[in-house]
Design a protein around this ligand. Structure first.
Ligand SMILES: Nc1ncnc2c1ncn2[C@@H]1O[C@H](COP(=O)(O)OP(=O)(O)OP(=O)(O)O)[C@@H](O)[C@H]1O
Length: 296
């Protein structure tokens, strides 16, 4: 993997940076995302502290993926600034950014003709030198074996990705991002192609990983009940703006959900064994054509 000019020096400058440990994992200050005339994310202030698990919610087209793109660096802010660990995202080199942040895509890994073992090893690229060598090869081998064991991928290591099911490829994708050892994990609708078993599986594995290693997680989710179950804090978007933010109980109210999604206000139930509010929607509860909430 090609080393980027000057990156080692920039890395050294970062690791000696004062106050980094106190700064939020992610910070948006007036950050916006525009595609030509389309204002996908309007200037937004948003702070994610280290170790938090956030879900980003909102109707189709409300700006969730664009917001994730701002945080991952895939989209350059059209206004404002995005900081990771107190430093502007724009200052990060590619490999340095990959050590800080990883993205688990919606569809998992593409069905390529490489093995699961190769896919996990690709996750190590930010730690390899320009000749593809690890600083501590034995430790890296041990890490990959541990990840494969934890994700029940050991038997699949010699199998090619194009021979796996969608759920298995999503697991391999999770293995690859774990091999990357990021501090921040971004998930873009990670469960949308998965049956309920694998949906819970992916969310549980991410939760365990967060609890074990203090990972910061931001997940774009369509499933409001899954979000309430797994995320500590929710950001609800509407037309590129924050409509609500806070703990699930405060955000997923019948009025918020009914108004923002244009459905009849759902029934909110709370069962002790779930430990989070869950929403029940009425059949044909589309609530007419009006969306009663105003933007501000
Ligand atoms: N590459 C692009 N070029 C132009 N417009 C875009 C682009 N990507 C997104 N948009 C527009 O920006 C707005 C926000 O899109 P975005 O994909 O961020 O929303 P979303 O909430 O993730 O939607 P969904 O739930 O449907 O995935 C939409 O109006 C969309 O059409």
């Amino acid at each position: 993997m090609r080393d980027e000019g000057g990156e080692a020096e920039r890395d050294a400058a970062v690791s000696s940076g004062a106050g980094e440990a106190d700064s939020p994992a992610i910070e948006l200050v007036g950050a916006a995302c525009r595609y030509g005339p389309v204002q996908a994310v309007r200037p937004l202030d948003w702070t994610v502290r280290r170790g938090e698990f956030w879900a980003v919610l909102g109707p189709n087209g409300s700006g969730k993926s664009s917001l994730l793109g701002l945080v991952s660096g895939a989209e350059r802010p059209s206004a404002g600034v995005v900081r990771l660990g107190g430093r502007p995202l724009a200052d990060y080199g590619r490999r340095e950014l990959a050590r800080r942040l990883a993205v688990l895509p919606q569809e998992g890994l593409p069905p390529l003709g490489i093995t699961v073992r190769d896919a996990l090893e690709l996750g190590r690229f930010p730690y390899r030198d320009r000749f593809g060598r690890e600083r501590d090869p034995a430790a890296a081998r041990e890490l990959l074996a541990r990840i494969a064991g934890r994700l029940e991928l050991t038997a699949l290591l010699p199998r090619r990705l194009d021979e796996l099911s969608g759920g298995q490829r999503q697991r391999a994708a999770l293995g690859q991002v774990m091999a990357q050892q990021p501090e921040i994990l971004l998930l873009d609708e990670p469960t949308s192609y998965l049956d309920i078993y694998y949906q819970l599986d992916v969310m549980e594995l991410v939760r365990e990983w967060r609890e074990a290693e203090g990972l910061t997680v931001v997940a774009v989710l369509h499933d409001l009940n899954l979000a309430a179950q797994y995320a500590q804090r929710l950001l609800l978007l509407r037309e590129g703006r924050r409509a609500a933010e806070g703990v699930p109980e405060a955000v997923l109210t019948p009025a918020n959900v009914g108004g923002i999604y244009g459905v009849d206000p759902p029934i909110v139930v709370r069962r002790e064994e779930i430990g989070a509010p869950q929403l029940l929607f009425r059949a044909d509860g589309r609530g007419g054509s009006t969306k009663p909430l105003t933007d501000e």
